[in-house]
Design a protein around this ligand. Structure first.
Ligand code: GLU
Length: 468
């Protein structure tokens, strides 16, 4: 097989959503597994909806996910340019070739006339399939003169061969398109812009793409694309159409299911490796059913035959669990660095490191950090019941803690023991009340870790504040 070349071809019309990210990921994993090339191509020919800022956001979201590409608009490559708006001349040139070969033809109809034709066919109960016979009557001498005067170029339509097509899709199996299920279609519009199906083939063909892995919303387009490859005499890439991602209720994943863009997950404190792990399992599975996987494990286990046909369900609770697992495994210094985006207090790296070690196993989303770590930075207001016995016990504790010269677990426990013994208190009650005094809460990380991190002065001060 030729060296694998795959691409992710987003349209810069919005944020990178999880569906797009998963498509990018599958292509990336396949390229890396096969020692091939992963290409980023920006499909920005929809001038009304495409925006530079969306391209920048897509690029930064892909980089954040760690899906680096080998050729793309920002880094160039041997098959550039990688932005469709910079390839307009190529589209024109290749469309002319098809016209010269008699495989495509010019159409001088106004876009409104095509719409009227479409409505007429639909009203007659026919599929809106155009033929040369229907379209060429618009090519009057008068219209040609008018276009020339106005400097408008005619649209170019492809003569779709009326024959059966069978596409062997690596995910869906053989997909049959019956002769006549698709009519002639535009390659170039009269504004000179290419249509998606056409530009896609020119680019995939010239960029020597070997495998096209994408969402199955493009399956019905594939017949048009295959017909174009044949018309140019180019090899057809291998196609793999993965099923859509559905929300937990079984409907197509959308905004109303909650966060769907990569940016949103990033700002809620998901680690890129957790999102990558989660997305990989939406439509693919590990041969031994392993669920927590690093990027390297995903790469080494990735094969196209494990892509599944069924639609994948996006379960936000599972993603949360995976994020928690990846946070637990995260290198602590890295975690300190990332947490800075969420923690807006003046705290040294050393202290933050200790706080994160204490909290690490309990965090699901890093955006929970300010709330979870609040008591490390601010004195709690929520105090336990102030009975005379409690005041006596914890005053005692203050005295014992004050004596400690080296603030370590051993010495702290020794002080606890003395106080508990004289107060005849059970460990559980003693610790529960102390936790509340120090943190204002009844649960949280190990109390001894909290006490060590807060330091002697702060612990004694908080206990004194309670005993008042
Ligand atoms: N720009 C198209 C999209 O975002 C690309 C589809 C394809 O991969 O061919 O849907």
């Amino acid at each position: 097989m030729d060296d694998v070349r795959v691409r992710f071809a987003p349209s810069p019309t919005g944020y990178l959503h999880v569906g797009g990210a998963r498509t990018a990921l599958f292509n990336y994993l396949f390229a890396r597994k096969m020692g091939g090339r992963f290409i980023l191509r920006i499909e920005d020919t929809d001038i009304e909806r495409s925006e530079k800022v969306f391209e920048e956001q897509l690029i930064s979201a892909l980089k954040w996910l760690g899906l680096d590409w080998d050729e793309g608009p920002d880094i160039g490559g041997a098959y550039g340019p990688y932005r469709q708006s910079e390839r307009i001349n190529l589209y024109k040139e290749f469309a002319q070739r098809l016209v010269q070969d008699g495989k495509a033809y010019e159409v001088y109809a106004y876009p409104e006339e095509i719409e009227t034709l479409r409505d007429k066919l639909l009203a007659e109960g026919k599929a809106p399939h155009y033929t040369k016979e229907m379209l060429q009557p618009y090519n009057t001498d008068e219209r040609k003169r008018e276009y020339e005067e106005k400097g408008i170029t005619p649209a170019i339509y492809f003569s779709m061969p009326r024959k059966d097509y069978v596409i062997s899709d690596v995910v869906k199996g053989d997909v049959v398109f019956k002769a006549g299920s698709t009519g002639d279609f535009a390659l170039l519009r009269s504004n000179g812009m290419p249509t998606y199906n056409y530009a896609c083939v020119i680019d995939d063909g010239l960029m020597k793409i070997t495998h096209v892995l994408r969402g199955d919303d493009h399956l019905s387009n594939t017949v048009k694309q295959v017909a174009l490859y044949e018309a140019f005499g180019w090899p057809t890439p291998i196609f793999g159409h993965v099923s859509m991602i559905l929300g937990p209720d079984g409907s197509k994943l959308s905004k109303r299911h909650g966060a769907t863009s990569v940016e949103e997950f990033k700002s809620r404190g998901y680690l890129p490796e957790a999102l990558v792990n989660f997305l990989a399992l939406l439509g693919w599975s590990h041969p031994e059913g392993k669920e927590i996987l690093s990027k390297d494990e995903l790469i080494s286990n990735f094969t196209l035959d494990r892509l599944v046909k069924n639609a994948a369900i996006f379960n936000p609770e599972k993603l949360k669990w995976m994020n928690a697992e990846h946070i637990k495994m995260k290198d602590i210094d890295e975690l300190v660095r990332i947490s800075r985006q969420f923690i807006d207090v003046d705290v040294s790296d050393e202290k933050l490191r200790k706080i994160l070690i204490a909290l690490k196993d309990r965090i699901e989303e890093l955006s929970q950090l300010p709330e979870m770590a609040d008591f490390f930075f601010h004195r709690p207001t929520n105090m336990p019941e102030k009975t005379p016995e409690a005041v006596e016990t914890y005053n005692n504790l203050c005295l014992e803690l004050d004596k400690i010269e080296e603030w370590n677990q051993e010495n702290i426990y020794a002080a606890f023991k003395i106080v508990m013994k004289s107060a005849k208190l059970k460990g559980k009650n003693f610790y529960m009340t102390l936790r509340q005094i120090l943190t204002g809460r009844i649960e949280g990380p190990e109390l001894i870790d909290i006490i060590e991190i807060l330091g002697k002065d702060e612990v004694v001060a908080r206990i004194k504040a309670f005993c008042g």
